[in-house]
Design a protein around this ligand. Structure first.
Ligand code: GTP
Length: 728
């Protein structure tokens, strides 16, 4: 029994909206692409995998390697296990089912689950379609829905095999070949980083054929006349460093620290030195703006001593080059100093085998779709290679350099823009690429990463939901406890307060709920009798069949207010040892309100039970009219169709063609429906009686077997009675 009706109605209104939202949400969730991980066999898989994150700009993302995998699927070789079918109205439940999963298992929609939980201690506001339900609530929902539950056999949840991509072990030094250094430019604001990058880029444009247009792809390559190459990262230096630190990856080999010669060491200069030191990356000083008359490079070098940056002329190992980024002066000297440092660092890489690398930038290009700029760190990236980055993958369709020129291969240290990424969220995976062993492996990696993320999210969700449920349960318990210790007068006050607003709501708003609710008003002659009735009603435990709501109770004869209230709630007025005068009876009759007056409590309760039973939907029972057994099987041709015909003998009762029929084989009901024909010899007949033979065919194509039973029956509606037992 629940007396907080006002709250319920509010909840219901909120719930409808929430349900709608949730359904949309759940639909979206269901549509999300799911990847089936595939186990593998046989030969190693070639290709490249990029690692984490999708399309966020300025993020440095580490490229990892595909370990060798086997290709045959375990699923393919697995024998299909036969599942024992569930009986009608039976639901297979298991621990930790989500709202959505339970709804699916029950063949209902999620709203049904919410409605079943309406009058429970669950806080529906915190319940999402993917929220996990506890076992008690799962069972309650199934029971309330008039279904039976069957616990799924507990399968030991096999730990899923980690199919993530991992880096290859270090390469054999013998296979290492020199690679270009990767340089990041750092420095204080306005000291000329962008100008330097632009000037360096321009040196390339000038050295290229006329008309070459450079584009920003996050990194570019500078070719020196000596044939040496340098890769410059063209992303905000600090961002690049922070991202690298966060990921524990180092793509930068050398930092060029730009310091304006007239400004000297400033706050961000010091920070840049710190970044480089933390990353263990050596520095080259580019003392900029030397074209300015107030430029004082010597002062800059001296200031740096205080920060442990010792230039060569002070006996240290840091090279310093005086430049003018704006005028392009001494840039080649700076480049040569970089190459010299790179030689000292002996920058080498393995340009064979599976590729590892780092995504420098990613963006969505209008024409090209999702593109990333990556710097290859191991192996050689080629067109057609399959990459994984975070939870997305690519089959490299095209690669471009910073001049927009298509390239076929990128070896270590070389930046390239890559086209061919699939964005799972957009469902772009199917279609344009043919499945290869490499893609299979990419799917495995992505599936694993998606799984890990889902697991983590689910764990977080469960924690939040459990905490909320606990909180809600505590509140609910407290409320119940408070109510339990109240005298009936106090309870009345609480109830009145809770229901006050509802008295003004229109009956129409409640019709849906009314169907399965019995609202009652209890009036008694004295405190004790009302209290006694309420105590009996407290034992009501058949909410699942019909809710019982005491919307008002009190002492005294039936009043006009009682009738109005009962009308508003579509309720019934029960009076114990009280009267209803003629005008009240007339009013009740006019408004269609039932008044039930009793002088014996148990009679009143019996009456209330009848009222509850009358609100229950009738149950349908089958009444057998006749039974026949199949003795022979024929097939007749009607037009182009062959129709199975059973030659039967009626064993009991009769077969009436207009009734319902079912076919029973080995105790199982195989078919239910109507007969399409019933014949005695060659004549169509309506009825066949016990002991007679007949030929019959069904309204559906079913092959008969000798020994099948044909049952003729009718369906009868039987009134249900409430299962509530008040104990007397
Ligand atoms: N005279 C002179 N001016 C320069 C030189 N290099 C840069 N500048 C000027 O200095 C100003 C700042 O240059 P930027 O290249 O934008 O400096 P930045 O370090 O990239 O600045 P932020 O991106 O804000 O950190 C601009 O007005 C440039 O024209 C140089 O070598 N000589």
């Amino acid at each position: 029994m629940n007396r907080g009706l006002i709250l319920k109605f509010e909840n219901l209104v909120q719930l409808r909206g929430a349900c709608r939202q949730l359904r949309t949400l759940s639909d979206r969730k269901v549509n999300r692409a799911q990847w089936k991980p595939v186990q593998s066999s046989a030969r190693p898989v070639c290709s490249v995998l990029l690692y984490p994150e999708s399309w966020q700009k300025d993020k440095l993302i580490h490229i990892a390697l595909v370990p060798h995998r086997h290709l045959a699927t375990k699923e393919e070789t697995k024998k299909k296990k036969k599942k024992i079918p569930l009986a009608k109205g039976e639901v297979e439940i298991r621990q930790k089912m989500t709202v959505e999963e339970l709804a699916r298992a029950m063949g209902k929609d999620v709203d049904h689950i919410y409605e079943a939980l309406l009058y429970t201690d669950i806080n529906l506001d915190s319940l999402e379609p993917d929220s996990i339900l506890d076992e008690d609530h799962i069972k309650l929902i199934v029971k309330k829905s008039g279904m039976k539950y069957k616990s799924a056999k507990l399968k030991e949840e096999k730990e899923r095999e980690n199919t993530d991509a991992v880096k290859r072990p270090p390469a054999d030094p013998a296979v290492l070949t020199p690679r270009p250094p990767v340089v990041t430019i750092l420095g204080h604001v306005d000291h000329g980083k962008t100008t330097l990058l632009d000037s360096l880029r321009k040196t390339q444009v000038a050295s290229m054929e006329a008309g070459g247009i450079t584009q920003h792809i996050g990194a570019f390559l500078v070719h020196l006349p000596s044939g040496e190459k340098i890769t410059f990262l063209d992303t905000p230096g600090h961002a690049a460093f922070s991202a690298m630190r966060a990921r524990g990856t180092h793509v930068t080999d050398i930092v060029i620290l730009v310091i304006a010669a007239e400004d000297g060491v400033m706050q961000q200069t010091i920070e840049s030195i710190q970044h480089a030191k933390n990353a263990g990356v050596p520095l080259i000083l580019a003392i900029n703006k030397c074209d300015k008359p107030e430029a004082d490079p010597e002062r800059v070098k001296k200031e740096l001593l205080a920060h442990d940056v010792v230039c060569e002329e002070f006996g240290g190992d840091v090279q310093a080059v005086n430049i003018s980024a704006l005028k392009g002066e001494n840039l080649m000297v700076l480049a040569e100093a970089t190459v010299a440092l790179a030689e000292m660092l002996e920058l080498k890489a393995d340009s064979t085998g599976l590729v590892e690398g780092t995504v420098i930038e990613s963006r969505k290009d209008k024409g090209k779709g999702p593109v990333t700029t990556a710097i290859v760190q191991r192996g050689t990236l080629r067109k057609g290679c399959v990459l994984v980055a975070g939870k997305t993958w690519a089959k490299v369709r095209f690669m471009f350099d910073e001049n927009g020129k298509a390239v076929d291969a990128a070896s270590p240290g070389i930046p390239v823009e890559i086209m061919g990424w699939k964005v799972f969220r957009c469902g772009a995976l199917e279609g344009n690429v043919s499945v290869s062993s490499c893609q299979q492996r990419a799917h495995e990696v992505v599936a694993w990463r998606t799984y890990v993320e889902q697991q983590e999210r689910m764990k977080r969700d469960v924690e939040i939901i459990e905490a909320k449920q606990k909180e809600h349960r505590m509140e609910y318990k407290e409320k119940q406890e408070k109510l339990a210790h109240l005298t009936w007068r106090q309870r009345k006050a609480v109830l009145y307060k809770a229901n006050k607003h509802l008295m003004f709501s229109r009956p129409k708003e409640r019709t849906e709920v009314d169907k399965n609710v019995l609202s009652v008003i209890v009036k008694g002659d004295v405190d004790g009798s009302v209290e006694a009735i309420l105590n009996i009603l407290d034992s009501y435990d058949a909410d699942g069949e019909c809710k019982l709501d005491v919307i008002h109770f009190g002492m005294g004869d039936i009043s006009e207010t009682d009738i109005n209230l009962a009308e508003a709630f579509n309720g019934v007025v029960f009076g114990f040892s009280v009267k209803a005068n003629e005008s009240i009876k007339r009013l009740a009759a006019k408004k269609g309100v039932k008044i039930k007056l009793h002088n014996i409590i148990y009679k009143l309760i019996e009456d209330l039970k009848d009222e509850l039973s009358s609100r229950l939907p009738p149950s349908v029972v089958e009444n057998t009219i006749g039974e026949a057994s199949v003795l022979d099987i024929f097939s007749v041709t009607v037009g182009k169709n062959k129709i199975p015909v059973a030659g039967c003998r009626v064993q009991k009762g009769l077969l009436d063609k207009k009734m319902k029929f079912k076919l029973i084989r080995n105790g199982d009901v195989i078919w239910k429906g109507s007969l399409s024909s019933l014949k005695h010899h060659k004549d169509d007949v309506q009825v066949i009686k016990t002991g007679m033979d007949c030929g019959l065919s069904l309204d559906e194509y079913i092959e008969f077997t000798i020994g099948d039973k044909i049952i003729c029956y009718e369906e009868k509606e039987v009134e249900q009675t409430t299962s509530w037992d008040p104990g007397f």
